[in-house]
Each structure stands twice: as structure tokens, then as C-alpha cells.
Design a protein. Structure first.
Length: 321
């Protein structure tokens, strides 16, 4: 057997054609792993990984994780699930199924082949927090019957399943709680803060703020986030998480809108709309554990991350815009 080939890790990335998944697949392929990218293309697209299709160590498979998958792999990154309110509220039942049934199927696969498995959880498990900044010990303040519950509670249940498989079957698990992330390959119509603001600013349309814009978020560039995911996967087995991965630099949504308008060279005015139900008022990660256990913290400044993000979104506009 070719020695170089035999040393390659076989890595499955579910949701691999989505925003974060595409960046993760690219990183893993460049590190000479054999990467199986699985996606049902609900929000992900083939175009996001088109440059990888000719690589001999990359494979793309259309598959929905709510159905079992039978493959042989060494590691699993479970990223499959729509992450923006526009998309996950469009089909809330399927969103819950993706989080819960998807976790069960991927955990079952990991148990069968003894793979290490990482769950892409979310800061939304904290709900509208009463503790600030959010540490991993905070249990959250989530409305279990609200319009966001399909995502928030689905991810919370997925975390439960991961830790039950860890305790009952001694599975090697990793749980990352991902905070707001931005960068190229975001869906232009996903309704999230950065994509909304950039597309509106590039078109010269009014920037829509929900509420008075005083709610806070912390924005992490996607390459930093991917670095955190890889470090977590490669950490010692006793480092299970959950571990917060996000940028601790908190800012108001209005401040972010103003930064984007300036960086786009736009004259878009700011308008206001009612605050959606259960929208969190504050969001800021405490990344002490990530720093101590993974040696990780974000390195990309906001202006440096927005530049390629804006150029990516500009490609969706008619030429000359």
C-alpha cells in the first residue's frame, strides 16, 4: 500500500457545501486528508466547493443526514443544519429533524466505525442570556415553544445526545458552540446581520435594523472559526467541550451596520423594523476555555475580514453596480 495514502485521515463533513463547511473542507483537503463532503443542498451549493471537485482526495455526496449513512471514516464533523432564521424557520419540523435525527445517525455511524465526532453546536443554546458574557457553564434562557425553538432546542438536544453517547458508549466527542461567523460563501439571502447589511449597502438600499439596533453581537471571521474547529477535533480525548468559539469583541448591531456602510463606500440610510420574537439582546462569548485548552483566539480584524466578504457579495450584483 502507498505509505503516503495510508497515513491520510478519512474525514466526513456533513453540511460540507454550506458556508462554514466549504471553508472547513478546503482546509482539510489542503492538509492532505481524504474528505467526504455530504450535503442535501438545502442551503449549501455545489458552487461553494466547485474548486475542490477535481482534487483526488475530495468527494461530494448528495445526502440528507436525517437518513443513515454507511461509510468508513476516521473523523466526522457534523455541521449539517440551516443556521439562519430565514432558512430554519421556513421548515421548522425538518430543522428539528436535521439536528436530532442527524445527530443520532452520525453518532451511530461514529459508534460503528469508532470515529471521533465533532458537533457544530451554536451560541443559540444560550437563548436570550441573563448571564453576560456567556460561559459554557451557563444553561441558557431558551423559549422551548417559540419560532426559534426548532433550531435552539434542536441543537440543545443534539448536545444531550452527544454527551449521552460519550457516557454510555465512551464515544470520542467534541462539541463546539459557534458564535456569529461571517465571510465568503455566506448565502446572500440568509437574513443574517452581515449578509443583509452588505447586500443592502452594495445596492444603496436602506439598511434594516431590527429594534433600535442596540442588541449586541460578536463577529468572528470564518478562517478563525475553522482554525478553532480543527484544533478542537485534534485536541486530547478528554477535551470534549462544549467550548465557545467566537470573537469576544462585542459591538451593537447598529455599530456593525455603520462599519459596513463605510467599508462599502455606500450612502445607504438606516431604517428600523420591529424586533423578531425571542431575538437575543446580547451575545458575547467567554473564550477562556478555548484559549486554555486549544491555544485559540481570533486573529482576523473586522476590517480585514469584511474586505473579502464584501467582494464576495459584490459578485452577486449585476456588473457595473
Amino acid at each position: 500500500m502507498n505509505k503516503r495514502y495510508s497515513l491520510r485521515k478519512r474525514i466526513l463533513v456533513t453540511g460540507g457545501a454550506g458556508f462554514i463547511g466549504a471553508h472547513l473542507c478546503r482546509r482539510l483537503v489542503e492538509e492532505d486528508n481524504d474528505v467526504l463532503c455530504v450535503d442535501n443542498f438545502y442551503t449549501g451549493t455545489r458552487e461553494n466547493v466547485a474548486d475542490l471537485l477535481a482534487r483526488p482526495n475530495f468527494e461530494l455526496l448528495r445526502h440528507d443526514v436525517t437518513f443513515p449513512l454507511f461509510v468508513e471514516v476516521d473523523e466526522i464533523y457534523n455541521l449539517a443544519c440551516p443556521a439562519s432564521p430565514v432558512h430554519y424557520q421556513n421548515n421548522p419540523v425538518q430543522t428539528t429533524k436535521t439536528s436530532v435525527h442527524g445527530a443520532i445517525n452520525m453518532l451511530g455511524l461514529a459508534k460503528r466505525v469508532r470515529a471521533k465526532i465533532l458537533q457544530a453546536s451554536t451560541s443559540e443554546v444560550y437563548g436570550d442570556p441573563t448571564t453576560h458574557p456567556q460561559t459554557e457553564e451557563y444553561w441558557g434562557n431558551v423559549n422551548p415553544i417559540g419560532p426559534r425553538a426548532c433550531y435552539d432546542e434542536g441543537k440543545r438536544c443534539a448536545e444531550t445526545l452527544f454527551f449521552d453517547y460519550y457516557r454510555q458508549h465512551r464515544l470520542r466527542i467534541k462539541v463546539a458552540r459557534i458564535f456569529n461567523t461571517y465571510g465568503p460563501y455566506m448565502h446572500p439571502n440568509d437574513g443574517r446581520v452581515v449578509s443583509n447589511f452588505v447586500m443592502q449597502a452594495l445596492r444603496g438600499a436602506p439598511i434594516t435594523l431590527y429594534g433600535d439596533g442596540s442588541q449586541t453581537r460578536s463577529f468572528c471571521y470564518v478562517s478563525d472559526l475553522v482554525e478553532g474547529l480543527v484544533r478542537l477535533m485534534n485536541s486530547a480525548d478528554e477535551v470534549t467541550g462544549p467550548i465557545n468559539l467566537g470573537n469576544p469583541n462585542e459591538m451593537t448591531v447598529r455599530e456593525m451596520a455603520e462599519v459596513i456602510v463605510r467599508q462599502c463606500g455606500s450612502r445607504s440610510p438606516i431604517t428600523f423594523a420591529p424586533l423578531p420574537a425571542d431575538d437575543p439582546k446580547q451575545r458575547q462569548p467567554d473564550i477562556t476555555k478555548a484559549q486554555q485548552l486549544l491555544g485559540w483566539r481570533p486573529a482576523v480584524a473586522l476590517a480585514d475580514g469584511l474586505a473579502p466578504t464584501i467582494e464576495y457579495f459584490r459578485s452577486f450584483l449585476p456588473s457595473g453596480t
